[in-house]
Write a protein that binds this ligand. Structure first.
Ligand SMILES: Nc1ncnc2c1ncn2[C@@H]1O[C@H](COP(=O)(O)OP(=O)(O)O)[C@@H](O)[C@H]1O
Ligand SMILES: [Mg+2]
Length: 388
């Protein structure tokens, strides 16, 4: 069975991907809340941020540097824009990958105006030299510009106006300590509850002039993987479906029919997710099975299965990662409408899964020795596992 060949990059183009698709940036911009008060959920981060901004305004100073971390699609870019809006300050946008030389950063920093907010998306992907320049700029509002090369090189200090950096990262763990320490405020965004997603959807529906029943909002929210970006995307697909089917009011059945058509199921799983679970349950009797064997069985790259499908399956308690390989959790059988085999030894494994497996921490779970031979019986073939 193949799922149509998702590469890890193409994983971004899945309807249930947290990252944004190229053509939807504009639509997204229109749906972004402009003020903190309109920003749904994330109460802790919102309250803390509100305090930081209020205090800065009262002091008549620029706000402390702000670091926002969390998975794609939860509102980091939106919040950075809100910071500028609330501070009544101009906003400059750049990103880690765009800043490869310290000169790139120097050019941006030296053109900032007093009080400006500089949003640095994917800040963990900035180059080392640029990062070091940023330390000094953030702390002392000063950079040293190096002129010339080799022995004749001199550095000229340049004073900068006060500004606020808002850094966003999906991988807070990858940020070097010294950089992390220079942020006065760090907010971590978490996945949204279904109730919160319904609020996001209601707000977007009003802006898109769509009419949905309460149950229809619930139906879309439960398929949105805790992610506002996905919720808004599914809402637009429902809108298309309603338009073509000439429905002016969308109820739960219509919403479900629309999303079924796009192959997003009742738990927000798509074709790739389901084929991974299906292979695990039916071909491998629930596992444990090595990652590469599982990938071969679904006709995908190892990396696609590991980075695109697995994180959500693990988070949902459908798939477990154990030292002996991947296993199907009881909820997986249930979701696929299958009965778990009674006699299998895998059932004993469910109780052996360390706590962090459920948290999706892959770093500690790659305990299978690299390049080891696993005697896995896939149609009688031995597979050599070259990784994980
Ligand atoms: N708390 C929220 N309330 C309302 N809409 C939100 C919220 N968080 C995100 N969104 C919507 O989700 C989309 C993606 O948000 P974005 O800030 O770009 O996410 P990130 O930068 O974390 O990937 C935006 O279109 C925005 O309108
Ligand atoms: Mg973003």
């Amino acid at each position: 069975m193949t799922t149509g060949g998702f590469s890890p990059e193409q994983g971004d183009d899945r309807i249930v991907a947290g990252s944004s698709m190229s053509e939807e940036r504009e639509v997204e911009a229109a749906l972004r809340p402009k003020h903190l008060a309109e920003f749904v959920g994330q109460h802790r981060v919102r309250n803390q941020l509100s305090l930081v901004l209020e205090a800065a305004k009262l002091r008549g100073a620029t706000a402390d540097h702000i670091l926002l971390s969390g998975p794609p699609g939860l509102g980091k870019t939106t919040l950075s824009m809100i910071v500028a809006e609330e501070m009544n300050a101009p906003l400059r946008i750049s990103s880690g990958p765009a800043i490869q030389h310290s000169g790139d950063l120097a050019a941006i920093l030296s053109s900032l105006t007093e009080g400006e907010v500089l949003f640095l998306d994917e800040i963990h992907r900035m180059s080392r030299p640029a990062e070091e320049m940023l330390y000094m700029a953030m702390e002392d509002f000063r950079v040293d510009i190096v002129v010339g090369k080799g022995a004749g090189a001199t550095s000229i200090p340049l004073e900068l106006p006060h500004f606020t950096i808002v850094g966003a990262t999906t991988r807070a763990g990858l940020l070097p300590g010294p950089l992390r320490d220079r942020f006065g405020f760090t907010g971590h965004l978490d996945f949204y509850s279904n109730d919160e997603l319904e609020l996001v959807l209601r707000r977007s529906a009003t802006m898109l002039d769509m009419h949905l029943t309460s149950e229809a909002f619930t139906e879309i929210a439960t398929r949105s993987r805790g992610t506002p970006r996905i919720a808004n995307r599914l809402l637009r697909r429902v809108r298309d479906w309603a338009l073509v089917n000439q429905l002016s009011d969308v109820d739960a059945r219509a919403a479900a029919a629309a999303l079924d058509m796009y192959e997003v199921d009742s738990r927000g799983l798509d074709r790739l997710d389901r084929s991974v679970l299906d292979a695990l349950c039916t071909k491998f009797h629930g596992g444990p099975v090595g990652l590469s064997t599982l990938a071969i069985a679904v006709g995908e790259e190892v990396e696609t299965v590991e980075t695109v499908a697995e994180p959500y399956l693990v988070r949902e308690g459908l798939l477990g990662r154990t030292p002996r390989g991947r296993i199907a959790m009881p909820a997986a059988w249930e979701h696929l409408g299958l009965t778990p085999p009674e006699d299998t030894s895998t059932q004993g494994l469910w109780s052996l899964i360390p706590e962090e497996t459920a948290m999706g921490d892959s770093s500690r779970l790659n305990t299978e020795p690299a390049g080891s031979l696993h005697q896995e019986n896939l149609d009688g073939i031995l597979y050599f596992e070259d990784r994980d």
